[in-house]
Design a protein around this ligand. Structure first.
Ligand SMILES: [Zn+2]
Length: 160
């Protein structure tokens, strides 16, 4: 890492600390040539390979903007979107891969979004999975129904 002031090709680490979430390490460095100090931050690289063949850094902001569209008009807060993006990043990072396909990001969004809001989930899944007919929606809804926890007493319900 060269010095950003004098371009000296070497620098010395004088301090390093891990961010609160543990995802980033910040280092204070000092240039042995001009003695000035600067900071660097280090994050495990994670990039997304798009269908176009272009690779770009994974971005929680992009996950959020994609999901936000599906959540329009739904009772989903910014905090919940931020939590969802964090879960998506964690599940992707847990694969241990440095580069993943864009489709994999969409797949990792489906599960946490299903837990957050079913309508938003169906909207997102319909775009992501390319639903083309009512049958596609019906199949997805049938699967959601099958996965729903059976709460409430059916006997009590029928007596109403
Ligand atoms: Zn320097």
């Amino acid at each position: 890492m060269h010095c950003p002031f004098c371009r000296h090709p070497d620098s010395r680490v004088v301090d390093s600390r891990t961010s609160d979430d543990g995802a980033t390490i910040r280092r204070r460095r000092q240039c042995p040539h001009c003695s000035r100090r600067f900071s660097t931050s280090e994050t495990a690289s994670l990039s997304v390979l798009k269908r176009s063949g272009v690779s770009e850094p994974f971005s929680r902001a992009k996950v959020i903007s994609g999901v936000r569209k599906a959540c329009q008009g739904r009772p989903v807060s910014d905090d919940q979107l931020a939590m969802l993006a964090q879960r998506v990043e964690e599940s992707i990072r847990s694969s241990g891969l440095a580069e993943i396909a864009g489709d994999q990001v969409g797949l990792s969004i489906l599960q946490p979004l299903q837990e957050l809001d079913l309508v938003a989930y169906l909207r997102f899944a319909s775009v992501y999975r390319g639903f083309e007919s009512l049958e596609d929606f019906e199949a997805a809804i049938a699967r959601l129904r099958a996965e729903m926890p059976q709460d409430g007493d059916p006997a009590a319900e029928s007596s109403v």
